[in-house]
Design a protein around this ligand. Structure first.
Ligand code: NAI
Length: 346
């Protein structure tokens, strides 16, 4: 089957080509560096499947264009599917599938890396020491032992963060419409949103982006936080109202901010813009805070995760070609964003 892979970087080509080769090179992969939207969909001409990533736009216009070109499958190579209009896909008879889980540890460990770096100001210390500045002023941290960590979303990634932070001796509290015994077995306690905001020294977001979680962290939520709290977002950018978080940083309510995702990241992330002027003033303001640490959506980016993503993506496409159904389809009713636990194929 012909597959048009969008937003493709060299590493995507390498991992997908290897996964395809290990399964008999059944798919004819074409790689396009451009993002998929209604203006670029024409590149998929002749491809029965497209393989988009997190910031590709699969709204109705794009899907209609793809449908006219003969696309029958959207094989996302990511977990979240907030960028796909599932109603439009269903109307057009286009199947949509994803990689529901590849390495929750990859993202969880990145969230913890942000926590550790922000607390001990490792990013600032690194720059100082390289300049020959060995002064410690401004680098004072706090012991994680005994601190309260609040997790919003205790699914695959949230559970790994709970396990790690429990290992640091933190009290772990959580919020999730689906309460899990695994979380309790890890020492976690469920609470409500208001208490989580007021009790947590560190708040880490691990829920999907959906209508219920859009701007969940808004100005009212920031006001309820413990003064000087640390906020970490490795989920999806728009779970946070960025302007509200900037207000929180300016008034000191937020003491530390760690972001791997940003609500307008589509125009920035995954590209080398180091020679250009950043046009996004909100993002540019975020970069000015000494207590903010931002990475460009790299939580997933480990060897293990990339291999698993590529293998599941090729598995989805192979299954669709063979039996007309991908391994991990996304159904219309899956409105929890990154979805519920999908059964593993036997
Ligand atoms: P998951 O589906 O296993 O867990 C998400 C959990 O959030 C579920 O337990 C769900 O019940 C819960 N949830 C849904 N609505 C909620 C709400 N209103 N409040 C609190 N909890 C709510 O998903 P997983 O694999 O743990 O991924 C979590 C997030 O991480 C997703 O948004 C995904 O897009 C993002 N992600 C980020 C990556 C990165 O590179 N930064 C890579 C992979 C995923």
């Amino acid at each position: 089957m012909k597959v048009a892979v969008f937003s493709a970087k060299d590493y995507d080509c390498d991992f997908l080509t290897a996964a395809n080769a290990s399964d008999g090179s059944r798919q004819e992969l074409s790689f396009f560096e451009t993002r998929l939207d209604h203006t670029t969909a024409a590149l998929a001409k002749g491809a029965q499947a497209v393989c988009p990533f997190v910031n590709d736009s699969l709204q109705r216009h794009s899907l209609e264009a793809l449908s006219h070109l003969g696309t029958r499958l959207v094989a996302l190579r990511c977990a979240g599917f907030n960028n796909v209009d599932l109603v439009a896909a269903a109307d057009l008879g286009i199947a949509v599938c994803r990689v529901p889980a590849y390495s929750p540890s990859a993202v969880a460990e990145h969230a913890v890396a942000l926590i550790l770096a922000l607390n001990r100001k490792t990013h600032r210390a690194f720059a100082r020491v390289r300049e020959g500045n060995f002064a410690l002023e401004g680098l004072l941290g706090f012991d994680l032992q005994g601190r309260t960590v609040g997790l919003i979303g205790t699914g695959r990634i949230g559970l790994v963060v709970a396990r790690i932070m429990n290992g640091f001796g933190c009290k772990v509290i959580g919020l999730d419409p689906i309460e899990r015994n695994e979380f309790r077995w890890l020492g976690g306690q469920y609470t409500d949103f208001a208490e989580l905001l007021s009790d947590a020294d560190i708040i880490s977001l691990h829920c999907p982006l959906n209508p219920q979680t859009h701007h969940l962290i808004n100005a009212a939520a920031v006001d309820r936080m413990k003064p000087g709290a640390m906020l970490i977002n490795t989920s999806r950018g728009a779970v946070i109202d960025t302007k509200a978080v900037i207000y929180g940083l300016k008034c000191g309510k937020i003491g530390y901010l760690g972001l791997d995702v940003y609500e307008e990241e589509g125009d920035l992330f995954f590209e080398d813009l180091s020679s250009q002027v950043i046009q996004d003033d909100v993002f540019a303001r975020l970069l000015t805070f000494p207590n903010a640490l931002i990475t460009g959506h790299q939580g997933f980016f480990t060897q293990e995760a990339m291999q698993a993503i590529a293998e599941t993506t090729i598995g989805n496409i192979n299954a669709f070609e063979t039996v007309g159904m991908p391994l991990y389809p996304i159904c219309l009713h899956a409105n929890q964003g990154s979805g519920s636990y999908a059964p593993r194929p036997s």
